[in-house]
Design a protein around this ligand. Structure first.
Ligand SMILES: C[S@@+](CC[C@H](N)C(=O)[O-])C[C@H]1O[C@@H](n2cnc3c(N)ncnc32)[C@H](O)[C@@H]1O
Length: 190
């Protein structure tokens, strides 16, 4: 039987062929990168933890391991195939198939629970600029002042602040142990 890591890699590779710009990476997030992302999520805050671009679930698994309560965690994934995979892998979680550019609409009633943190694997730099702008506007709409956006990028220069005009950078570190190295950044809503 195929092991889960190999199955995730095969699924991820098929999705890259189907939509390279939306995947924005050559392979799923490695456990080290995923756990660094998750480690920035405060567990003592009210509101949802939103994971954007759940993919094959590496960051989702790290968020659960970090202690994010399943009833607070909502995962958004645009690819129907990957959303289906996530629902099978994490039956205890709310997985929403849809475009993060319409995040507020996708959340629907869940929006009233408020959002504490957003953990994003979205390839902000490779998506179409109009989509990236729309996603950044959703971040601004949904996160209250002080709310955190945790984002990684394989561009070691980091995410340009012009993409996130209403956020300040709280931390930015390269995870050298990831292959390829990636930069994990934490932004705070002003
Ligand atoms: C770098 S991959 C995610 C890697 C993921 N952490 C993993 O380990 O598999 C980016 C993910 O974002 C998803 N995505 C891209 N654009 C999106 C959008 N506008 N809304 C929601 N998901 C999107 C892709 O389908 C892909 O699964």
């Amino acid at each position: 039987m195929q092991n889960p890591g190999a199955a995730s890699l095969a699924l991820f590779t098929r999705e890259i062929w189907a939509n390279p710009r939306a995947m924005g990476a050559a392979c799923p997030s490695a456990p080290l990168l995923a756990s660094r992302m998750a480690s920035h999520v405060p567990l003592d805050r009210d509101g949802l933890v939103l994971e954007l671009g759940g993919g094959t679930g590496a960051v989702t698994a790290a968020l659960l391991k970090h202690g994010a309560p399943p009833w607070k965690l909502v995962v958004i994934e645009r690819s129907p195939t990957l959303a289906h995979h996530l629902r099978q892998r994490f039956p205890q979680l709310r997985i929403i198939q849809g475009d993060a550019a319409q995040l507020a609409q996708l959340l629907d009633d869940d929006r009233s629970r408020g959002v504490g943190s957003i953990v994003s694997s979205l390839p902000l730099r490779s998506l179409h600029p109009t989509t990236t702008r729309a996603i950044a506007e959703q971040f601004e709409t949904l996160l209250p002042p002080g709310g955190l956006l945790i984002q990684y990028t394989y561009d070691l220069r980091g995410v340009p602040l012009r993409l996130l005009p209403h956020f300040r950078r709280r931390s930015s570190r390269i995870v050298w142990g990831n292959l390829p190295p990636a930069r994990v950044e934490v932004f705070e809503r002003e």
